[in-house]
Ligand binder design. Structure first.
Ligand code: ADP
Length: 687
């Protein structure tokens, strides 16, 4: 069998961990249990010992008391011998004695032969020998008297039982005192004690409820008892009462029972305390468990937070109210190239460019006071940091107040984004855009140049022919001829001026490069491109129709760029109508401009050409896509870029009866609704 099979099955790790944690608690509870049990047992034992001690003390005290009573009675009896027994005086003294000592029931004067000469009974009860005559009950007292005579000292008889009226009986005991007159035997004095009476004398009323006192015989038989209740037989004590001639055994028996758990005051107290202790232990245990749980959750939350902060690519930075850094995450350290230790508590921070510390400090205090004043903004601000290696980085910072658990404002939390790369890409894209525009412009210019040469050929040819004609006419000039020459010169000037206008328009288009946006009326925009559009339209013999809604809307735009958009769209429209198939009268290019709500103006360039084929439509705005041999495929992509840069949109649709419309929108300045002109006539032109 493999060794691994012999090993006891390992507990699952969480269970083993829980057992390890529970073990001290189990031990603590077990120890507490043992301690509490011991305490209760000891307390009960102590109570029992005390009760036993009290019973012993009671027995001793009662024994002494009985002895005192017996001895006192005997002494009082002895005083009676000085009275002449036969006289009435003796009886009186004896009666007085009996009324003083309740435990003594009868006094007899006997002759030396034992005859009862005189007897007095206790006034408190029926005479002792009313049921049985004395001589039938005299054995014990006779024995005592015989013994007394021998020793010439008082002797006690053994106790004996005397029946009483009503079926009762009484245990009594005699004391016999020998009398002698001038050394000769002159009889006896016999006193009879009631054993219950003796016990009652020993038992004060206060103790009568707590103890039962009994005289018992050697075998435990009760002879007499006193006490309000029977003894419980648990706490008892016996004492021998030694009397001359006999022995009495006195037993004190407490009515107390063995202490039970709950009725016992001390035990109850101890139990209560134990219960409270257990409750405290349970509460403590639950509290510890709750704490352990909370600690676990906290540790988890902390671990989660740390993982989150470490994985973030956003830099996090906390500052106190004085602007000192109190926390940075790894992303922030990585961004600025300083370690957390170099950054913490630093003021001013080492990533501030040295030459701008004063400016940044002023800005920081201004921002913090503005944020503290409740004017928190979700908008971030851009600034420049210096990395440890001296490199400059462009960052975007979002800042918010830090508020602790009591709602106290303790500092500021910032999220920092490194914008350097993004800005670089934006700059690159801007430069590319500019290059693209320049290229497109150059392409347009090239095209324009060929058109220009074509257009200028006509006026120049006209100029040349007018000039040749004028020279011929001037050879043999008369007045009429001079008039004709003047007319020819005027034509020359007109054609030259026209040629100049064409050149100026192209020049203006090519040179206007600034990006500034201005507010322009839509009709002015259209008018500024119209000469060039007309120039192009001649080639295909198309008519140009312009319709501007009155009052003309105004737009906020870059003039040159929008003119280029219009030129590109019109040129595309005109080129679409160039084929042989389209009859001349249908070759119409419409340019429309109208307001599109209060915030936008909408331009439309509609032609009656071939329309945009579906396969072309899919790539229409892709740069360098073209279907024309001489085309560059940049026109529409440039148009869309320009329009979108202005916040507008460019789209198109095909007409059901042929042709396509291109639409684009441009933003209107807020006051454009208050435009000035109120004329509603349409500007209708044809080329
Ligand atoms: P280019 O004019 O240099 O070809 P554009 O980007 O202006 O580049 O146009 C791309 C293509 O879109 C054109 O080659 C043409 O096929 C198509 N197109 C543009 N405008 C129209 C129009 N109004 N009607 C039909 N097709 C058009």
């Amino acid at each position: 069998m493999a060794a691994a099979d012999l090993a006891p099955p390992a507990l699952p790790a969480p269970l083993a961990h829980r057992l390890r944690r529970a073990l001290p608690w189990v031990l603590l509870v077990a120890l507490l249990g043992v301690a509490q049990t011991l305490l209760v047992v000891l307390t009960i034992d102590y109570e029992a010992a005390r009760a036993q001690e009290r019973a012993e003390a009671m027995a001793a005290e009662a024994g002494t008391e009985v002895k005192r009573e017996v001895t006192g009675g005997m002494q009082a009896l002895q005083t009676l011998q000085w009275n002449p027994p036969a006289g009435g005086r003796w009886a009186v003294e004896a009666g007085a004695l009996l009324s003083r000592r309740r435990a003594m029931l009868r006094v007899e004067h006997r002759s030396s032969t034992g005859e009862v000469l005189d007897a007095v009974d206790s006034p408190y009860r029926t005479p002792l020998f009313s049921l049985m005559p004395r001589h039938q009950m005299g054995v014990e007292s006779d024995l005592a008297c015989a013994s007394a005579r021998r020793t010439m000292t008082p002797r006690f008889s053994r106790s004996y039982f005397v029946p009483q009226p009503g079926g009762l009986g009484l245990e009594i005991m005699d004391v016999c005192i020998p009398l002698s007159v001038a050394g000769s035997d002159s009889g006896y004095l016999v006193g009879t004690y009631s054993l219950p009476g003796l016990l009652e004398e020993a038992l004060t009323p206060m103790r009568a409820g707590a103890y039962e006192l009994t005289f018992i015989e050697g075998d435990g038989t009760r002879l007499a008892r006193a006490g309000l209740q029977r003894g419980a037989g648990v706490y008892q004590s016996q004492r021998a009462v030694d009397l001359a001639g006999t022995n009495l055994t006195l037993r004190a028996d407490s009515v107390e029972v063995r202490p039970r758990l709950i009725p016992n005051l001390s035990a109850a107290l101890v139990m209560g305390l134990s219960a409270a202790l257990f409750a405290v232990v349970v509460l403590l245990w639950r509290d510890v468990r709750r704490r352990a749980k909370a600690e676990g959750a906290l540790a988890e939350a902390l671990a989660f937070r740390k993982a989150m902060e470490d994985s973030l690519i956003t830099g996090l930075r906390a500052r106190d109210l004085d602007g000192r850094i109190t926390y940075v995450n790894p992303a922030f350290c990585h961004m600025v190239g300083f370690s957390a230790d170099e950054l913490l508590q630093a003021n001013p921070p080492p990533y501030w460019p040295a030459e701008r510390v004063a400016e940044y400090s002023a800005r920081q205090s201004m921002r913090l006071s503005a944020l503290g004043g409740g004017t928190q903004s979700r908008q971030g601000f851009e600034t420049v940091f210096t990395r440890k290696n001296g490199e400059r980085i462009q960052v975007m910072i979002f800042e918010a107040p830090l508020v602790d658990r009591e709602g106290q404002h303790t500092g500021w939390m910032s999220a920092v984004l490194d914008m350097t790369e993004q800005r670089r890409v934006e700059e690159l894209s801007r430069q590319q855009q500019e290059r693209l525009q320049a290229t497109a412009r150059l392409a347009t210019v090239g095209e324009m140049a060929s058109l220009l040469s074509h257009e200028l050929n006509q006026p120049l040819a006209a100029i040349a022919s007018y000039a040749t004609g004028s020279l011929n006419l001037m050879a043999d000039a008369d007045a009429q001829t001079l008039d004709m020459v003047r007319g020819a010169m005027l034509r020359i000037a007109e054609q030259a001026e026209r040629a100049g206008r064409v050149i100026k328009s192209v020049h203006g288009f090519v040179r206007r490069r600034e990006q500034a946006r201005e507010v322009l009326r839509v009709d002015h925009l259209i008018e500024s491109v119209l000469p060039l559009v007309r120039l192009q339209a001649r080639k295909s013999g198309a008519r140009i129709e312009v319709e501007v809604e009155q009052p003309p809307a105004r737009v906020l735009c870059d003039r040159t760029m929008v003119e280029q958009v219009l030129l590109n769209l019109t040129r595309n429209g005109l080129q679409a109508m160039e084929g042989e198939a389209l009859p001349l009268e249908r070759r119409v290019l419409r340019i429309e401009a109208r307001a599109n709500g209060p915030r936008w103006a909408r331009f439309t360039v509609a032609d009656a050409g071939t329309g945009v084929a579906p396969e072309v439509a899919a790539q229409l705005f892709t740069p360098f896509f073209t279907t024309r041999n001489e085309g560059m495929g940049l026109g529409l992509s440039l148009c869309r870029t320009v329009v979108e840069q202005h916040g507008g949109a460019l789209d198109f649709d095909n007409h059901p009866d042929g042709g396509a419309s291109f639409h684009f929108t441009l933003p209107s300045p807020p006051s454009s609704t208050a435009a000035t002109s109120s004329s509603s006539t349409d500007l209708q032109t044809s080329a």
